[in-house]
Design a protein around this ligand. Structure first.
Ligand code: MRU
Length: 383
């Protein structure tokens, strides 16, 4: 089976329901922007790049299947309203806002062309959204290659042949259009023979690590071990030297202009651990995740999710011996009545980050100790 979170052909979109993984692989049809908004909010689809692509394609599907106005201006109004609405689904990952901004520009350009009509605006929008799907996979492959090369060059992988890496949350094929960002780097290390072992953290409270990343690692037959988030320090201390753990590689939901990075809750703790243990801490993200409009991490809105995601867990019935996939149960794992704080993301200060791996190369700190992220948007072929 090919791991595919998003299945798209013109006029038709399906998403793999990530709430049901790893126990069931079921696809949901997405017919409209409203369907996409709910799928994103409920985290049936998740991961910064995947959220953006599902939103963009859902609107393309809605547009292809609706009765279209012949007036370019009317189609423009419809599309811009829907894009604004889609952006409200989740606030922290910037890829969706970035996609909406680019598609707004595409629509405005199409409307201003001579002879523009409803059909020509529709075609421009659909092509723009489809291009995003295509670009994401190739960008991730480049991120994987640049990241693996950097790790081999800048850690003991070069001398010892192989290194181990720890990753957090899910940043693989399920969080993107394919291949993945941080998990793409691990995939790339593995395929070039430079990976000794991958460790993934459980990623409480939503368990993207144990449910999704572990699923991808098993699927790809990459040697890997799952640890709970609270085991990461002991992992680096006790198994770091024997396993040759060279670093931690994570994805991002938004990288501010100064390099401060919002990513899944727990990322900041891992960056502090990396610093203490003297291993590399790397962020892997396409440029669509880098937001030069946001000056620093202090300006990033952190989504807070319902307390029930902390107090309840859901899964198939297990009687201690057998798993019954037909019966899904929800159980409480906290004292009834306790208050809960559930921020979905945290911000890792740029000072703790050794490199930001993008599809055009790895950005390291400059002589002043800061990241110059503006420069990577000037690279030829910038989108
Ligand atoms: O809440 P989620 O599951 O959407 O959060 C996902 C993450 O934090 C990922 O690490 C990030 O989006 C990068 S995905 C390539």
């Amino acid at each position: 089976m090919v791991l595919q979170a998003i299945k798209y052909t013109r006029g038709q979109l399906e998403i793999l329901d990530q709430l049901k993984l790893p126990h069931a692989e079921e696809y949901d049809h997405i017919y409209s922007s409203t369907d996409a908004w709910h799928a994103i909010k409920e985290m049936r689809t998740r991961g910064a790049p995947a959220i953006a692509i599902v939103a963009a394609l859902a609107l393309a599907v809605e547009l292809v299947n609706m009765k279209l106005s012949p007036a370019a201006a009317e189609v423009k109004t419809f599309l811009l309203e829907k894009l604004d609405y889609l952006v409200t689904s989740r606030p922290t990952a910037v890829n969706l806002a970035d996609a909406a901004r680019k598609l707004t520009k595409t629509v405005e350009d199409a409307v201003s062309k001579e002879g523009a009509n409803g059909e020509s605006v529709r075609e421009a929008y659909v092509l723009g959204a489809e291009q995003m799907l295509e670009d994401d996979v190739s960008d991730n492959q480049s991120i994987g290659a640049y990241g693996a090369e950097w790790i081999v060059k800048n850690t003991t992988a070069g001398q010892k042949g192989q290194v181990s890496m720890l990753t957090h949350c899910n940043t693989g094929s399920l969080a993107t259009a394919g291949y993945g960002t941080a998990l793409g780097v691990i995939r790339s290390l593995h395929s070039r023979g430079s990976l000794k072992h991958a460790f993934c953290s459980e990623t409480r409270p939503y368990n993207q690590g144990s449910r999704l990343t572990a699923f991808e690692l098993v699927h790809d037959q990459i040697p890997a071990t799952l640890v709970t988030d609270s085991m990461a320090a002991a992992l680096l201390q006790l198994r770091g030297p024997t396993e040759n753990i060279a670093g931690i590689v994570v994805g991002a939901d938004r990288v501010a202009a100064n390099g401060d990075t919002a990513n899944k809750i727990g990322t900041y703790s891992l960056a502090i651990l990396a610093k203490y243990h003297g291993v590399k801490f790397l962020v892997a993200a396409p440029r669509t995740t880098i937001d030069l409009r946001t000056k620093s991490g202090a300006d990033i809105v952190i989504e807070e999710r319902p307390g029930r995601e902390v107090t309840l867990i859901k899964g198939p019935r297990h009687d201690g011996v057998n798993l019954d996939l037909a019966v899904v149960e929800t159980v409480s794992i906290a004292a009834n009545g306790i208050g809960v704080w559930n921020p979905a993301f945290d911000v890792t200060p740029a000072a703790l980050i050794d490199g930001i791996i993008t599809e055009v190369g790895v950005v390291e700190k400059d002589a002043n100790g800061g990241f110059n992220l503006e420069a990577i948007f000037k690279v030829v072929g910038s989108k």
